[in-house]
Design a binder for this molecule. Structure first.
Ligand SMILES: Cc1cc2nc3c(=O)[nH]c(=O)nc-3n(C[C@H](O)[C@H](O)[C@H](O)COP(=O)(O)OP(=O)(O)OC[C@H]3O[C@@H](n4cnc5c(N)ncnc54)[C@H](O)[C@@H]3O)c2cc1C
Length: 723
């Protein structure tokens, strides 16, 4: 008999940095994962840029999205956990990585591909007035805003590019091209500390590039050391004279990340020294690649092309290390073809001293760049295996939905099914939490659990804790005691302990922020990770139920909706990484303050979760015996949710939630579809007497808590009119 239980995890591979080599390793892992190993990628952003296309973006030939490798999508394809964080240290003895704002993570094999940083960022005023070419996010936003502002105000621009290497020259030419194309007057200048420029280029390419700079009238100032940055421009040594500039970008001062020097890794001039296998020269189980590594057997200049070429050997060696097998060597090529763009759609080659140029070279560069990026742009096919020929009837209808079953609240049992199954078995009304009366005092009690929707136990524990607390906050209560119930996926005993530590840390962060802690619980082994909490809450007043709404009350909401569609889209590799990250941030926002601000004013209160905004509003309407009018244009949405709804993306629970449409007056649209979107850690939905609305909104504003008025309670049988 064959078991279809997933294999236990025995080893952890941690990839630090979403550089080019790691992006390609993840791509390979997606196609051929190593059984028994799990991968974690740590990167400060949800997207990593491909710098080869950066000058083309600046020149206006590419859109911003064309340059981004979406790490969220890539992680999903590879079944990897993604931690949006910055590593700040490595303990090679304990085999842990320290992260900036969450607990350490463990590794068995570690690979580092974090690129380089710029020494100029340490100069006075740099963080406010210097824009390095990387990270791309800030650079791209600043560049777009600068251009827009200059066009709007018809003001000239004075741009300084610090560093006259190939990258700096490509950027200067691209900026100059863009300004001229948009009819923005101004200057672009190149500032170089050395006495000559382009020392790394061949004489042919050098000659051609200098001629391009002359033709574009880009001033090149050599032997100039920049000492500080101000709002007016930059200061140059030795007398700190101010050189005016409206925008200062830098590609200079390349240096290794300082924190590496505090690790016990062998370094060469600050770069991680690696053997031909790309493994650290002094630390087994640690590999390094790309710009942050120094190839001790064959030193090479820092260029993305080497990171790309290292990827296949790195992948093989990481798998070999995890499986205790021998490693392969990497032999870098001696030289490589540089394709340098010159602003307009033209480029110059640089190899073997030859510098060819023209539109054909740009087309070649564009083809190579697009082919590289195409590997990351499209969702991979998530094939559903065929069912056996002999099967029970009814299975076909459920099979596709079962295979793509959403996690979190999308996995909740439908409200109609629940009502049929419970069949009045419960004692009392269906409030968010059970109310337990002890003589004069009362307590509320609730339980909730979530099926994992990603691979990160720390974040999942936070989300599950906040989700469970939602029921307590919705009763206007304060959490008092917590029990955890956890189902662990198949893991070795060592990995079980590590995962439990991460779960307890994530949940602990949430509960300690609410002045409570976990007092006990139960853990068992199962097929997949599930985290839940049972919480008792204290009341120092009558509980706020769902039955007190009256006609004339105004309807308020404290979080935007759209988590269901974003989680469903992420699972199918359709969500934008930044939008998904913003949804996680919204989910992990506590509602304790919002709950206490509503406590004395709400006539009815609930939290918006699995049954969607419409479903939970109906719970208020049914218990209060009233109707509601909501205004679609006032309903806050998470970024990306509406586009995904327009594309037909739906959570598993959506169809049953949408049955509520029968009791609603509305013209169906993607926006109304979001009223049925199941929410995980959704906001509080409350009714407030109209006379108190201004006071409540002022209190929320003073506490910097978001709040939206989305409609009103009206007279009549339970019904929602959507305007
Ligand atoms: C304008 C410009 C144009 C260029 N054009 C080319 C070109 O055409 N061809 C070429 O070969 N090279 C080019 N380069 C050089 C190329 O960008 C680099 O050599 C290449 O990006 C190096 O790749 P990498 O994998 O080492 O790291 P990177 O691409 O720099 O990626 C490193 C990643 O690690 C992340 N990271 C950093 N610190 C941490 C941390 N502490 N914890 C976790 N993650 C971290 C970063 O956010 C980033 O996502 C260009 C550079 C510039 C500036």
């Amino acid at each position: 008999m064959q078991s279809n239980r997933p294999l236990p995890i025995t080893r952890d591979l941690v990839l630090l940095g979403g550089g080019h080599a790691h992006a390609l390793v993840l791509k390979k892992w997606a196609m051929a994962p190593l059984p028994g190993a799990q991968v974690t990628l740590v990167n400060p952003d949800a997207k990593a840029p491909y710098t080869g296309m950066l000058p083309g973006f600046v020149a206006g030939h590419y859109q911003r999205a064309d340059l981004d490798i979406d790490m969220v999508r890539l992680a999903r394809q590879a079944g990897a956990r993604l931690i949006i964080e910055r590593a700040i240290g490595i303990d090679t003895e304990a085999k842990t990585v320290q992260l900036k704002s969450r607990p350490d993570i463990c590794y068995d094999t570690l690979s580092i591909d974090i690129g380089i940083t710029s020494a100029l960022m340490d100069l006075p005023g740099a963080s406010d007035h210097l824009v390095p070419a990387k990270p791309l996010g800030r650079f791209a936003d600043s560049w777009s805003a600068l251009i827009e502002d200059a066009q709007l105000k018809r003001r000239p621009l004075n741009i300084a590019v610090i560093g006259a290497g190939i990258a700096g020259i490509e950027l200067a030419l691209a900026m100059d091209h863009r300004l001229k194309e948009l009819g923005i007057s101004g200057t672009v200048g190149l500032i170089e500390a050395a006495d000559t420029i382009l020392r790394e280029a061949s004489s042919g390419a050098r000659r051609k590039l200098i001629s391009e700079l002359k033709h574009a009238e880009i001033e090149v100032i050599t032997e100039t050391t920049v000492t500080a940055f101000t709002e007016q421009g930059f200061c140059r040594g030795p007398d700190d004279a101010l050189v005016p500039a409206d925008f200062i970008v830098s590609t200079a001062g390349a240096m290794p990340h300082c924190w590496l020097s505090e690790t016990s890794l062998d370094l060469e001039a600050g770069y991680i020294a690696v053997a031909p296998t790309l493994r650290s020269t002094n630390t087994p189980n640690v590999f390094a690649t790309g710009d942050c590594a120094h190839l001790t057997h064959a030193p090479r200049p820092k260029a993305g092309v080497f990171a790309v070429r290292q990827a296949p050997v790195l992948f093989e060696n990481l798998c070999a290390d995890l499986a205790d097998q021998p490693l392969r060597n990497f032999t870098p090529q001696k030289s490589y073809l540089k394709l340098i763009s010159t602003g307009r759609k033209s480029a110059i080659t640089d190899k073997w001293g030859i510098g060819l140029s023209g539109k054909r070279i740009w087309r070649l560069k564009n083809r190579i760049d697009q082919a590289f990026m195409d590997q990351f742009r499209h969702p991979t096919n998530m094939e559903i295996p065929d069912l056996p020929a002999r099967r029970a009837s009814g299975l076909d209808d459920l099979y596709a939905a079962h295979t793509h079953q959403c996690g979190a609240c999308g996995a909740k049992v439908a409200q109609g099914t629940l009502e049929k199954g419970l069949d009045n078995a419960l004692d009392g009304s269906l409030e968010d939490a059970a109310i337990i009366n002890h003589g004069a005092t009362s307590q509320v009690f609730s339980t909730d659990h979530l099926r994992a929707f990603n691979q990160d136990p720390y974040t999942l524990a936070k989300v599950a804790a906040i989700h469970a607390l939602g029921d307590i906050w919705a009763m206007g209560a304060t959490p008092d005691a917590v029990l955890a119930h956890i189902v662990l996926p198949p893991l070795s005993p060592k990995k079980q302990a590590q995962m439990m530590r991460e779960i307890m840390a994530g949940a602990g962060d949430v509960f300690s922020a609410c002045d409570t802690k976990i007092s006990g619980g139960h853990t068992s082994n199962g097929a997949e990770l599930t985290i839940g909490f049972s919480i008792a809450g204290n009341l120092d007043h009558a509980p706020i139920t769902q039955s007190g709404a009256s006609p004339g009350d105004c309807l308020i909401l404290t979080k935007p909706i759209g988590t269901g569609v974003l989680l469903a889209a992420e699972m199918r590799q359709l969500a934008d990484g930044d939008d998904y990250q913003a949804a996680l941030t919204s989910m992990t926002r506590l509602q304790s303050e919002a709950s206490s601000l509503l406590r004395d004013h709400a006539t009815a209160l609930t939290d918006v979760t699995g049954f969607g905004l419409a479903g939970h509003l109906f719970n208020i309407l049914n218990t209060s015996g009233v109707a509601a009018r909501i205004d679609l244009s006032d309903i806050p949405l998470l970024e990306g949710a509406l586009n995904l709804a327009s594309d037909g993306v739906r959570s598993t629970l959506w169809p049953s939630n949408a049955e509520r449409a029968e009791q609603m007056t509305m013209t169906a649209s993607p926006l109304t579809d979001l009223l049925f979107d199941p929410q995980t850690c959704g906001g509080l939905l409350a009714t407030i007497p109209a006379a108190k609305t201004a006071q409540v909104f002022e209190a929320f504003e003073a506490a910097e808590e978001p709040i939206w008025k989305i409609g009103d309670i009206t007279q009549g049988a339970p019904h929602i009119e959507v305007q």
